[in-house]
Ligand binder design. Structure first.
Ligand SMILES: Cc1cc2nc3c(=O)[nH]c(=O)nc-3n(C[C@H](O)[C@H](O)[C@H](O)COP(=O)(O)OP(=O)(O)OC[C@H]3O[C@@H](n4cnc5c(N)ncnc54)[C@H](O)[C@@H]3O)c2cc1C
Length: 402
């Protein structure tokens, strides 16, 4: 029987599985079922260069559409997978069709977490996950437009940076006392809040939205007793992993589809990759769900390898980046509240790294315009290095020499 791989989700992970399978000379059929009307594309530019109008839409795609046809990869677009029948090894589609498979990959990513307060569905309130979302509001980021960004995470701050440069009047509302609160040290949070304020963004922390108001569209954002005028609102408060198909099919789900280090689920014919997975990472010593492109690509390759019977584990130091203004923030490893923070460099010079030690072990590095530190920190993290904190703070010493 011909091998037939069906990949549910045509995002970064799904696209990567298909491409890697062909690179490994997989002989069977490959079908990518995608609900979006596009070939697999990169999302990071959506809140950065694409939103700023600096790169064209074509530049977003992992490969041109024709490439998939050349490689005999069938891309289904605007089609949703609605049910998995593991016993019959078939995927039901919104078109009414059922696709048989010999191996199935779930690469369903996540969807934006929505707000439910009064007025949350007024026109003019936007979320940002896909190309169509950007199209829905990019042209409205005009000089003088009043933009309120809800959520001081990466995506919210990146949108704020683009919008203020375009002459909008921008307010960022963050419910917690610090921006980027979930992931970085207070020093880093304060630095980023300061940079945004200096650029003209009104950053308000410890400020939760209680309602949106307006007649036919959003006109005001209500935060308790405070009223903020708005022409446009962009909400960035995280994502929810798309795990329902997997759960309904009886696969283990626990903040993500549970897989091993080779992306295998409990069913030997079903794999999962990308934002939708909960996977083990021996470097950080635990399981996690990661929302990052490097993880989606690495797991995509691992899934292709596992399908081909190679079964090479994917173990990588988690990493991520964010571009705001002239600042390139690159992060390796995962920090936690309570970690000791050692700063390398001078924060006010906009070129520094925050290094994190947990019980003396180097666990994470967040580097601002310090590419070398970022690259070298990965080895220290993977090797569970125990650098002397004083040496760590000494910029004259390269991280690789510690
Ligand atoms: C604005 C923005 C900026 C980002 N910036 C960065 C960054 O700077 N650095 C970084 O590392 N990461 C960044 N990320 C995160 C990164 O884009 C994701 O981690 C990555 O896209 C995950 O890939 P994925 O394939 O797992 O999921 P996705 O890219 O979400 O793809 C999943 C796809 O599956 C489809 N799908 C879901 N269910 C079904 C179904 N039942 N049937 C058919 N199709 C289905 C979805 O519509 C989607 O197209 C950013 C994300 C966003 C939104």
């Amino acid at each position: 029987m011909t091998e037939a791989v069906v990949i549910i989700g045509g995002g970064q992970a799904g696209g990567q599985v298909a491409l890697a399978l062909r690179q490994l000379e997989f002989p069977g059929t490959i079908t990518v079922v995608g609900e979006e009307p596009y070939a697999p594309y990169e999302r990071p530019p959506l809140s950065k260069s694409y939103l700023a109008g600096e790169v064209s839409e074509e530049r977003l795609f992992l490969r041109p559409q024709a490439f998939y046809a050349e490689k005999h990869i069938t891309l289904m677009q605007r089609i949703q997978a609605t049910r998995i029948d593991r016993a019959a090894r078939g995927v039901q589609l919104s078109s009414g069709e059922t696709l048989p498979y010999t191996k199935l990959v779930l690469a369903t990513g996540g969807r934006v977490r929505k707000m439910s307060c009064p007025g949350a569905d007024l026109p003019g309130i936007h979320y940002l996950r896909n190309i169509d979302d950007v199209r829905g509001f990019r042209d409205r980021l005009a000089p003088g437009a009043k933009l309120v960004v809800v959520g001081g995470g990466y995506i919210g701050l990146e949108v704020a940076a683009v919008a203020i440069k375009r002459g909008c009047r921008v307010t960022v509302l963050e419910m917690l006392p610090l921006v980027l609160n979930r992931v970085v040290a207070p020093e880093m949070s304060r630095f980023y809040a300061g940079v945004h304020r200096a650029a003209g963004v009104d950053v308000r922390t410890s400020t939760g939205v209680t309602a949106f108001e307006g007649r036919s569209k959003v006109e005001r954002v209500i935060c308790g007793d405070t009223v903020i005028d708005a022409d446009l609102v962009v909400i960035g408060i995280g994502i929810v992993p798309n795990v329902e198909l997997a759960a309904e099919a009886g696969l283990a789900v626990d903040n993500g589809i549970v897989v091993d280090e080779c992306t295998r689920t409990v069913d030997p014919d079903v794999f999962a990759a990308g934002d939708c997975t909960n996977h083990p990472n021996s470097i950080i010593g635990g399981r996690l769900r990661l929302e990052s492109v490097p993880n989606a690509l690495a797991q995509g390759k691992a899934a292709a390898g596992a399908i081909m019977g190679l079964g090479q584990p994917h173990v990588e130091v988690p990493w991520f980046w964010s571009d705001q203004y002239d600042l390139k923030l690159q992060m390796a490893g995962l920090s936690r509240p309570g970690d000791r923070v050692v700063i390398r460099g001078v924060i006010s010079e906009r070129k520094f790294s925050a290094c994190y030690l947990r019980d003396g072990v180097f666990v994470a590095c967040q580097a601002v315009n310090m590419v070398k530190d970022f690259i070298q920190s990965k080895k220290l993290i993977a090797g569970h290095a125990r650098p002397d904190p004083e040496n760590l703070a000494n910029l004259a010493l390269a991280l690789k020499d510690l």
